[in-house]
Write a protein that binds this ligand. Structure first.
Ligand SMILES: Nc1ncnc2c1ncn2[C@@H]1O[C@H](COP(=O)(O)OP(=O)(O)O)[C@@H](O)[C@H]1O
Ligand SMILES: N[C@@H](CCC(=O)OP(=O)(O)O)C(=O)O
Length: 282
């Protein structure tokens, strides 16, 4: 009961969806029904009076499919070309789907420099504030077409937590291909158990994340989700990892009727996101 009260107080929410959740695994083509459902869920959060931000991966995977590459691109310029094509297509589809509900969306593409440079960071923050004020849902991704190793966050789990920190979100939801954090990788250990609530990110929790992503299109994995949890909770946001197979889980999270892992906010007034990026991701 106490948890439910806590969660319905959330006013500003960031939702992240990964590449593998946006496409049909058999064909690599976009899962339009899921994207449509995602748009409806997020519009309904707006209707409840919340500020909503979507961090969507999928630019490279969408571009790769559109261009007709069968192999996952390794070469950086090929990835950048795929992202250029895919990001435009992703936004076109999102615009169309959100427009069904008369909901405006805007594109925000970021690099590490956006966060490290004081002027750019302030500009980004002002833009987000103005978009929320105007009732727009910002759709964020890494600026993959110009990001090389030195400039990129590398994964959208971390990026979504950085965005949550930048906008002072109350809640970050990571929609994954798995129900949440398990005591071990459940694809390798069938005895692994779901962890329902993490009060504090200690070494025991950090050691649970194994390997990198298992998907053919993503770049994250559980380790980057724990990095995201570290950033989000120290910034004062709760974070939930839940399965994005059915994006209807989004409203269930607010009804406290979901399976997933909740990482409780643990705000540290001395935590500065720009310093953290320079020290830890720089
Ligand atoms: N302790 C763990 N608990 C849950 N999943 C884990 C764990 N360790 C590793 N993983 C792996 O992380 C994957 C989820 O991350 P990822 O591949 O980035 O998917 P997504 O982009 O859909 O979030 C799981 O499918 C799982 O194989
Ligand atoms: N920015 C990249 C995706 C990066 C990423 O973290 O992907 P994912 O592991 O699918 O969330 C893209 O849009 O293709």
């Amino acid at each position: 009961m106490e948890d439910k009260k806590q969660e319905t107080r959330n006013r500003r929410v960031v939702v992240k969806i990964g590449s593998s959740s946006l496409q049909h695994p058999e064909t690599g083509d976009m899962n339009l029904i899921k994207m449509e459902h995602l748009a409806r869920e997020l519009c309904d959060l707006r209707n409840q009076g919340m500020d909503v931000c979507l961090v969507s991966s999928g630019a490279i995977a969408t571009g790769r499919k559109t261009i007709g590459l069968t192999e996952r691109p390794k070469n950086i310029s090929v990835k950048q070309a795929c992202a250029a094509v895919g990001q435009a297509k992703l936004m076109m589809i999102y615009q169309k789907m959100f427009a069904e509900y008369n909901q405006m969306v805007g594109q925000v593409l970021m690099t590490k420099n956006t966060m490290i440079n004081n002027v750019s960071r302030k500009n980004a923050q002002n833009t987000f504030e103005e978009l929320f004020h105007l009732g727009v849902i910002p759709i964020v991704n890494e600026n993959d077409t110009i990001s090389t190793y030195e400039m990129c966050f590398g994964d959208n789990d971390t990026l979504s937590a950085i965005v949550a920190s930048l906008v002072g979100a109350d809640l970050l939801i990571l929609l994954s291909d798995i129900d949440g954090l398990f005591t071990d990788d459940p694809h390798k250990n069938k005895d692994a158990k779901l962890v329902r609530v993490v009060e504090k990110l200690d070494n025991q929790i950090l050691h649970m994340a194994k390997g990198s992503t298992g998907s053919d299109v993503g770049t994250g994995g559980m380790a980057t989700k724990l990095t995201a949890a570290h950033i989000a909770t120290l910034s004062g946001a709760d974070m939930v990892i839940a399965n994005g197979e059915d994006v209807g889980i989004i409203h269930k999270i607010f009804e406290d009727d979901y399976v997933g892992t909740l990482f409780r906010a643990n705000k540290n007034e001395d935590f500065y996101i720009a310093d953290y990026i320079e020290e830890s991701i720089g």
